[in-house]
Design a binder for this molecule. Structure first.
Ligand code: DGL
Length: 287
């Protein structure tokens, strides 16, 4: 019964989703992968991200995950469809549909701003998802390539972080945005700074809350929620330095991370042949 919920990201960002899952479903176990060997995902090609996402999803399913959450916008935008086609045996969800739903509920008629990585902005995934729900709303997407390195180095409240946040947020406010979506799971680490730069009139949407609600709904419907007093087990893996992940992740997650485990591409994580179901193409890239 105590099968984990699998969660992955390029690094620390997905912990913002893991933390919501722990708050909402404290009886559930988690198996987490941060692919720090390949960070930043937001600066890589969709084909590379698909390969990483398939390899990690496969690993999480081998860990017996009952649900896989792509706690990464770049993966959700480029690899969700491929992963679902490849692994029909388990539900797989992303964060973009959830983020768009949350923003659609919150937004007035004013433009919605999306802060995201270069790669996610390039896909226009939020513009498309929000367009389906609130076609009358203008969406302004802003690439923020400097945020992930700041978060991954633990400089969450530094002067540099404040300055950088201002540089990305102010143009969106000038365009009239009154709702800002944190379109990368790393950005909730900077949420207070972003809210400060945006001002009190602006609603900040963190898709992780709606994602956790969706996870609960799927597991409840499938009768797969753990009983209320089950003892959760948390396993955190990284493809780079477990010491650094434990230190920085621990700062964010409190005592649920004691010892991150190192997993390696080519050993625990392997290449999975990637079938693009619509184009019928087959691709396999070196990892
Ligand atoms: N946290 C990820 C996202 O939500 C990826 C960040 C990165 O590695 O560029 O898109």
């Amino acid at each position: 019964m105590n099968r984990p919920i699998g969660i992955f990201d390029s690094g620390l960002g997905g912990l913002t989703v893991a933390r919501r899952i722990i708050e909402r479903l404290p009886q559930e176990s988690i198996s987490y992968v941060g692919d720090e060997a390949h960070i930043p995902y937001g600066e890589k090609s969709p084909e590379e991200i698909q390969n990483f996402a398939l390899g990690i999803t496969n690993f999480l399913l081998e860990q017996n995950a009952k649900l896989v959450i792509m706690a990464c916008n770049m993966s959700s935008a480029t690899a969700l469809r491929v992963a679902r086609a490849h692994f029909p045996q388990a539900p797989i969800i992303g964060v973009i549909e959830a983020g768009a739903r949350a923003a659609a509920k919150e937004a007035s008629g004013a433009p919605v701003g999306v802060l995201a990585t270069t790669g996610t902005v390039r896909t226009l995934a939020y513009t498309k998802a929000l367009g389906k729900l609130r076609p009358e709303i203008t969406v302004c997407e802003q690439a923020c390539p400097k945020f992930v390195p700041i978060v991954e180095s633990g400089r969450w409240n530094s002067d540099e972080a404040k300055e950088t946040v201002r540089g990305y947020v102010e143009p969106l406010i000038k365009k009239g945005c009154r709702t800002l979506v944190l379109g990368c799971t790393h950005y909730p680490f900077l949420k207070d700074l972003i809210a400060g730069a945006a001002g009190p009139e602006v609603a900040i949407i963190d898709p992780s809350e709606e994602t956790a609600a969706e996870a609960e709904e799927i597991l409840a419907e499938a009768g797969m929620l753990n009983p209320p007093h089950a003892e959760p087990v948390y396993q955190y893996c990284t493809s780079d330095s477990p010491e650094q992940f434990t230190e920085l992740g621990g700062r964010f997650m409190g005592n649920t991370i004691s010892n991150a485990r190192k997993i390696t591409w080519g050993k625990e994580l392997g290449a999975i042949e990637c079938r693009d179901v619509t184009a019928g193409q087959r691709a396999r890239s070196a990892l």
